[in-house]
Design a protein around this ligand. Structure first.
Ligand SMILES: Nc1ncnc2c1ncn2[C@@H]1O[C@H](COP(=O)(O)OP(=O)(O)OP(=O)(O)O)[C@@H](O)[C@H]1O
Ligand SMILES: [Mg+2]
Ligand SMILES: [Zn+2]
Length: 303
């Protein structure tokens, strides 16, 4: 493991073998950069489609979208990996009830957890010293940690890798996008408020600068599903995401309402998509994955 639970996160090149519960293995030395690059390339070559979930701003529902998109794809029979690479607030383990899980080690590689036979999950949160304390990382350390993490996770063959990226357009999403290389593209999550919309504008430009195609914009927390009657009530002005998408010339993938059941599902560690498969919100997630399915139909590996 990168850092043991009780240690300061002072090195990104500590072994990945020390706090997985496997006490028989000595830590291998830090990988040489070239060997790490080769491993990263080899692992990513087994993944047909790579999609990153981004937002210009924190707290707009990236992790919620990443989890439910991954579950929606898995429920269509695809083999899916869900990767949470948010160093500061990894929330995928919580949302899937995996907060006490420990990934195992296989010949020095990290083996993802199997949430379902065709849904594998890996979170950088599994490896952080304490899941409740925010961790302060220095910039270059973050990049090498993300790189080591990406090259150490043994996904095997995947149809889709869905990546829950850190918020914003800073160094971390940049590292993730550069290291993954050859992405199918990004799903951009926004909320109806104007500030989040201007942040997503920045995010679209960022994608342009790093040559990451924009698969589309999802407007989350768009209207409120009444817990009594199930009708959707407008809370904030809706439709901003759609008009922004038009302005920026990128696809609009739909609105996901504020749904108390989403919070309940996340708090209970159950994916919403399976717990409430027939709801309008689940339908909205299924709508949002259409461009991903279209990528699969076009066929061929992205490398
Ligand atoms: N459509 C929704 N309806 C109700 N609650 C939602 C919805 N989307 C997200 N939430 C809730 O809002 C909170 C923030 O969502 P989430 O963690 O997915 O955002 P995020 O963009 O990943 O945040 P961060 O930037 O911190 O990583 C969570 O408690 C989540 O359950
Ligand atoms: Mg998140
Ligand atoms: Zn009502």
């Amino acid at each position: 493991m990168y850092v043991s639970r009780n240690d300061e996160p002072t090195t990104a090149h500590a072994s990945a073998a020390s706090s997985c519960g496997c006490s028989t293995q000595a830590s291998p030395p830090s990988p040489a950069p070239a060997a790490e690059d080769a491993r990263l390339h080899e692992r990513l070559a087994q993944i047909d489609h790579k999609v990153v979930v981004l937002s210009g701003k924190g707290g707009v529902g990236k992790s919620t979208v990443a989890v439910n998109v991954a579950v929606a794809l898995a429920s269509q029979g695809f083999t899916v990996g869900l990767l949470d690479i948010d160093l500061h607030g990894p929330s995928v383990p919580l949302m899937l009830g995996l907060e006490d899980a420990q990934p195992t080690n296989h010949e020095g590689a990290l083996v993802p957890l199997e949430f379902a036979t065709n849904l594998k999950v890996m979170s950088i949160g599994f490896l952080l010293p304490s899941r409740s304390d925010p961790v302060i990382w220095r910039g270059p350390l973050k990049h090498s940690l993300i790189k080591q993490f990406l090259s150490d996770v043994e996904w095997g063959q995947l149809d889709y890798l869905i990546v829950d990226a850190p918020p914003g357009t800073g160094d971390e999403p940049l590292s993730v996008i550069q290291l993954l290389g050859n992405l199918d593209g990004a799903l951009l999550v926004t909320t109806p408020q104007e500030v989040a919309l201007s942040d997503v504008r920045k995010c679209v430009r960022f994608c342009g600068e790093v040559n990451c195609p924009v698969l589309g914009i999802i407007e989350n927390m768009s209207g409120l599903v009444c817990p009594h009657c199930g009708e959707t009530i407008d809370v904030f002005r809706r439709g901003g995401g759609a008009s922004l998408a038009r302005q920026m010339g990128v696809p609009f993938l739909g609105e996901i309402p504020l749904d108390p059941a989403l919070v309940r599902a996340a708090d209970a560690g159950k994916p919403y998509m399976t717990a409430y498969a027939n709801s309008a919100t689940a339908q909205a997630f299924r709508q949002a994955i259409k461009p991903l399915l279209a990528q699969a139909k076009q066929g061929g590996s992205q490398g």
